[in-house]
Design a protein around this ligand. Structure first.
Ligand code: FES
Length: 325
């Protein structure tokens, strides 16, 4: 997964310095970077579905899913698609970043965790294979029943086919120029308990997945998005107040500001990175009031629970929110 973000480093984030120790072409327009501490020391643990903030030497920050071996304690691997509309992130990685260069790394964080299940159905579109690859390895290691449906523009544009070919019929490779659109209904089958469905890819694929899983039990489908959600207009246009429970401070959020900006103005630092509701860095616990969720991370049930919000984009339905800050 890659997410387009403003040209900012993760605000206040704990950013480690890593060195590029490998750069390999994996498919047409897709390469992997291997990153290690300059000392060669151990990196933070991570779990399938995790991503990191990559702070590039040109000042841009991008989020990429970790797709390497989670049991290699000294190396992170990320997959990077050269975006046709790149504004300096993926183009820089592809054309300028070299082995030996130093980058900043924030995280890892996991907004897309693999939860226990009897059966996993994975559906990847293009570079959306990157968060699913460690999940496939984990499911295989656990002896779980799993299958992967992997679509792409062309076979040449699809990364990691060699590794996936070792899994035989569990993996269905479906290049669009050979087989057309993915047969989601045929792959998923009918709703049944004990199944978890994980999908990552472009927005049309994820919309099709939501439609295909509409009759499945709640919580079955988990998705990871490339881009910010289109939340439409905020639910309210009037200002609202945010009370910070730990200090008793009250901050007014006007219609032209985000909660994050309002907090920043009064010197309250909340870690942030993408500032578009896609990376999960600014997750904040809600103690009272109903958030107007505008992120691309929470599912319907998590939104209904209303006990956390992403303050870079989400607002308030009520006059007052109380946050655990
Ligand atoms: S900073 Fe990325 S979700 Fe808020």
């Amino acid at each position: 997964m890659t997410v387009t973000t403003p040209a900012v480093a993760p605000a206040g984030a704990d950013v480690a310095t890593l060195r590029v120790v490998g750069k390999q072409v994996q498919a047409e327009g897709v390469l992997t970077l291997d990153l290690a501490a300059p000392s060669g020391g151990r990196l933070r643990d991570w779990t399938p579905g995790s991503h990191v903030d990559l702070v590039l030497p040109n000042g841009l920050t991008r989020q990429y899913s970790l797709c390497g071996d989670r049991f290699d304690p000294t190396t992170y691997r990320v997959g990077v698609l050269l975006e046709p509309e790149s504004r300096g992130g993926s183009a820089y990685v592809h054309r300028e970043l070299a082995v030996g260069d130093v980058v900043g790394i924030g995280g890892p964080r996991n907004n897309f965790p693999l939860v226990p299940a009897d059966t996993y159905l994975f559906v990847a579109g293009g570079i959306g294979i990157t968060p699913l690859l460690p999940m496939v390895r984990q499911a295989e290691m656990l002896g779980a029943d799993w299958r992967l449906l992997y679509g792409g523009r062309t076979r040449r544009s699809m990364a990691f086919l060699d590794e996936l070919s070792a899994h035989g019929e569990r993996v269905l490779v479906r290049p669009q120029d050979e087989t057309g659109l993915l047969d989601l209904a045929g792959f998923l089958g009918g709703p049944r308990p004990g199944v978890r469905v994980y999908s990552c890819g472009p927005a049309p694929l994820l919309a099709a997945m939501e439609a295909a899983c509409a009759e499945w039990p709640p919580y079955t489908l988990r998705t990871e998005r490339f881009v910010a959600a289109d939340g439409g207009a905020p639910a309210r246009t009037a200002p609202f107040e945010v009370e910070l429970a730990r200090t008793g401070t009250t901050v007014t959020v006007d219609p032209g500001s985000t909660v994050l900006e309002a907090l920043d103005r009064v010197g309250v630092e909340v870690l942030s990175s993408c500032r578009r509701g896609v990376c999960g860095t600014c997750e904040t616990t809600v103690l009272a009031g109903r958030p107007d969720h505008r992120d691309a991370l929470l599912d319907d049930d998590e939104r209904a629970a209303g006990d956390c919000m992403y303050v870079c984009v989400s607002r308030s339905l009520d006059d007052r929110l109380v946050l655990d800050l």
